[in-house]
Design a protein around this ligand. Structure first.
Ligand SMILES: [Mn+2]
Length: 262
């Protein structure tokens, strides 16, 4: 039997230690094939580069394995692979391991989740894997890729076994800091950042604005079933997501508007 073919990508760029750990962990599950961005696209969401040509080259990770690298976005990586650059259609798309959690409303900013969305949109089971670094995000830190990698491999095996269930759906996995207390299957929580605008002046006397903020650090009470609560409480969170953003609850009320005179 041929091994499952697994497309691996990320939004932190191919030099991120997260993709190295993910690729290695997925070798236990199938045949990983990497197409990753040549730079950091964090918070790029589902960007699609169509105003300039994409280039693809090969490079090597620090363990010597060959990867494919592009100037395109995380979503472009998946599209390039699906539209002919991968040797065959992937059985699974896995994005990560992202340096920083992707929880609640943040999933719509995330390039990691967007790459998994691209897989889901093509009808391929997909997984996004992110590691909470708290305030260390973007800094030095000492991320524990062992736990996140092992978890990604375990969920990948399950996703492949349930592939008929996971069409048009992705699994958003977030791993907490420290040793996880367990696994929670969750719904999306809310806003996890208290936004802040930092104003300053550059050396030429012009104003600049830096969009910044503080991440929530305590689990929001009354939201025990959410991804935000789970990760801030020390649990691994698995949230099934789909691309249908329709607010079904509003449809019956809004349909009365259909009778309005134009
Ligand atoms: Mn990222």
């Amino acid at each position: 039997m041929t091994k499952p073919f697994i497309l691996v990508t990320n939004d932190d760029g191919y030099l991120s230690p997260g993709i190295l750990a993910l690729r290695r962990a997925l070798e236990e599950v199938g045949e990983p094939w990497v197409m990753a961005p040549d730079r950091n696209w964090s918070a790029a969401s589902r960007t699609r580069v169509f105003h300039k040509p994409l280039r693809v080259s090969t490079a090597r990770l620090s363990d010597g394995t060959e990867v494919h690298v592009t100037n395109g976005s995380p979503s472009d990586c998946v599209l390039l692979a699906l539209l002919g650059l991968a040797p065959r259609r992937p059985d699974l798309v896995v994005a990560g391991i992202n340096l920083g959690a992707n929880l609640g409303h943040d999933v719509t900013y995330s390039g990691t989740v967007a790459a998994a969305m691209e897989g889901a949109s093509a009808g391929i089971p997909a997984i996004a894997v992110s590691l909470d670094l708290g305030s260390e995000e973007g800094g030095e830190g000492n991320p524990d890729f062992e736990t996140a990698g092992a978890l990604a491999a375990r969920v990948a095996r399950r996703a492949l076994a349930e592939r008929d269930l996971l069409t048009q759906t992705l699994l958003n996995i977030n791993v907490p800091r420290g040793t996880p207390k367990g696994i929670r299957v969750t719904r999306l929580g809310g806003k996890i950042w208290a936004d802040d605008l930092v104003r300053g002046q550059d050396p030429r006397g012009r104003s600049y604005y830096w969009l910044s903020g503080e991440m929530l650090t305590t689990p929001p009470p009354g939201e025990e079933d959410t991804d935000v609560w789970a990760v801030l409480s020390g649990y691994v969170s698995i949230t099934p997501l789909h691309l249908d953003l329709t607010a079904y609850g509003l449809l019956p009320t809004l349909r009365s508007w259909e009778g309005d005179k134009l």
